[in-house]
Each structure stands twice: as C-alpha cells, then as structure tokens.
Design a protein around this ligand. Structure first.
Ligand code: NAP
Length: 242
C-alpha cells in the first residue's frame, strides 16, 4: 500500500495536508515533535473520513530519531512504502541578526533544512525502486524574498528551495517529483503573534490564507496528474509578490 507521511502533521498547515491527502485515499502517517494531543486530534479527523492514520512522533532534526522511527515503521510495514512525503515541519525563531543567538540560528536551520535532508534521504530508495514518488517541501515567501528579523528562517527555506531543484533533477527519470510550496501569511499557531490587521493591508486579496488553501495545492502536487511539474516553487500568498 502507498502511504503519505506529513512531518509536522499535528497542527496548522500539516493537519490540513493530512486531511487533504486522506480525501485522496492515502493512509496517513502523522509526524509531530511533542504535541501528542494535537496529533491525536488530526488522527481522529482523518479516521472520521474512514481512512487509516498512524502517529509517528520524532524530531526531524535528529538523525538517530529519524532513522529509528522510519526503520521501525518499515519493519512493521514490509509490504508498504511511503509514496508521498510532505516535509512540512518548521519553526520560527525571529530576531534581528545582531541579536541572534547560536541556538536560534541552529534550531531553525536544523528543523527545516536538516529535517528535509534526513527524512527525504531515508525514503528515496523505496520511491526510486517503485518508480513513483511525490516530495513536497513547505518553504516560504521568506525564503524567496528574505524578511528582516528572519535571516535564519529565510536561509533555511532558501536552502530547501535549492535542494528541491537539485533533487528534482536527480530523481526525475524514476518518476519521482520534487516541488516546493511557498506560502505567504497563513492563519496558524505560527502566525498568531503577528499583527494581522496591519499586515493584511499589504496583501492584495486583503486577508491571511487558510491552511486548507495550502493543502489543496499540496494535494494537486501529490496527485498523478502533476507528474510533469517538478523542481518548481509554487507561491500561495494572496498576491504578496516580491
Ligand atoms: P505550526 O502551526 O507552528 O505547526 C508546526 C508543526 O511542525 C507542528 O506540527 C509541530 O509539531 C511540527 N514541528 C516543529 N518542529 C518539529 C520537529 N523538530 N520535528 C517534528 N515536527 C516538528 O506551523 P504552520 O504554520 O502550520 O507551518 C507549517 C510549515 O509551513 C512550516 O514549515 C512553516 O515554516 C511553513 N510556513 C508557514 C507559514 C504561515 O504563515 N503559517 C508561512 C510560510 C511557511 P508539534 O505540534 O509537536 O509542536
């Protein structure tokens, strides 16, 4: 059976992606870092659709944890493989660079960039040998445009964009596509501390986006019909272009 793994599937955009991929018939593996309660709620919502959902907690930034979790999953599912991978786990730790601490720099880079590397590397072999795979990386407007106070986050997301383009060329011949989705401001826990009233005046459509809108785009990129789209970065930002 073909499974879909969504990193950071417990909340926000990741949860909406789990529900979208469940609608497409994929059994879902919900990864998260620590918020089990939120992950259980995602599991409940997926199962409500009559689709199987498994929790797989691990820190995407810790190589040993990624190895152990995915090796254990594979042992328990010898006949199955993960055909759709959504590298969605991410954090923000904003600070002007002059005040930025080592930890703020490293944590953000390790979660987005190393998380992408560690999880994707592990799952590539099955996708290549089965000759079908969809890898979708959640990046950001910040990684395209750069945003002040986010040198760590902009660097992490820009690096994932570079890796998306390179990997797409490596795996294209085996019908594995690799794309990035770059949201602008989306209403989730991550943007709760932002001044929405001020920011939305800069957005042509006049509002923050919804997680479900991002999930619909991810769903299309994960579909069979999207087989000719690879190595691309697709913005979803209400017209807030660079
Ligand atoms: P969110 O609501 O803060 O949720 C973050 C998710 O990532 C949670 O499921 C969290 O798990 C998980 N996570 C964080 N660190 C992790 C780690 N080390 N290992 C495994 N899971 C981890 O964020 P969101 O707004 O949905 O954002 C999702 C993605 O979209 C991120 O990559 C973010 O950078 C990107 N993005 C968001 C926006 C926006 O406006 N919201 C815009 C552009 C890009 P726990 O629940 O266990 O903490």
């Amino acid at each position: 059976m073909k499974y879909a793994l969504v990193t950071g599937g417990s909340r926000g955009i990741g949860r909406a992606v789990c529900l979208q991929l469940a609608d497409m018939g994929y059994p879902i593996i919900i990864n998260y870092a620590s918020n089990k309660e939120a992950a259980l709620e995602t599991q409940r919502l997926v199962e409500e659709k009559g689709v199987k959902a498994e929790l797989l907690p691990f820190d995407v930034a810790v190589a040993a944890d990624v190895e152990l979790a995915l090796d254990t999953w594979k042992k328990e599912h010898p006949e199955d493989y993960i055909a759709v991978l959504v590298n969605n786990a991410g954090i923000r730790q904003d600070a002007m660079m002059i005040f930025m601490q080592d930890e703020q720099w490293n944590d953000v880079i390790n979660t987005s960039l190393n998380g992408f590397f560690l999880v994707t590397r592990k799952l590539l072999k099955d996708m290549l040998s089965k000759r079908f795979g969809r890898i979708i990386n959640m990046v950001s407007l910040s990684g395209i445009k750069g945003l002040p106070g986010q040198t760590n986050y902009s660097a992490a997301k820009a690096a994932v964009i570079g890796a998306t383009k390179a990997l797409a060329q490596e795996v294209g011949p085996r019908k594995v596509t690799v794309n990035a989705v770059a949201p602008g401001y989306i209403a989730t826990d991550m943007t709760q501390d932002l001044d929405e009233d001020t920011l939305k005046k800069m957005i042509p459509v006049g509002r923050f986006g919804q997680a479900e809108e991002v999930a619909a785009l991810v769903g299309f990129l994960a579909s069979e019909q999207a087989g000719y789209i690879t190595g691309d970065v697709i913005s979803i930002n209400g017209g807030l272009y660079t």
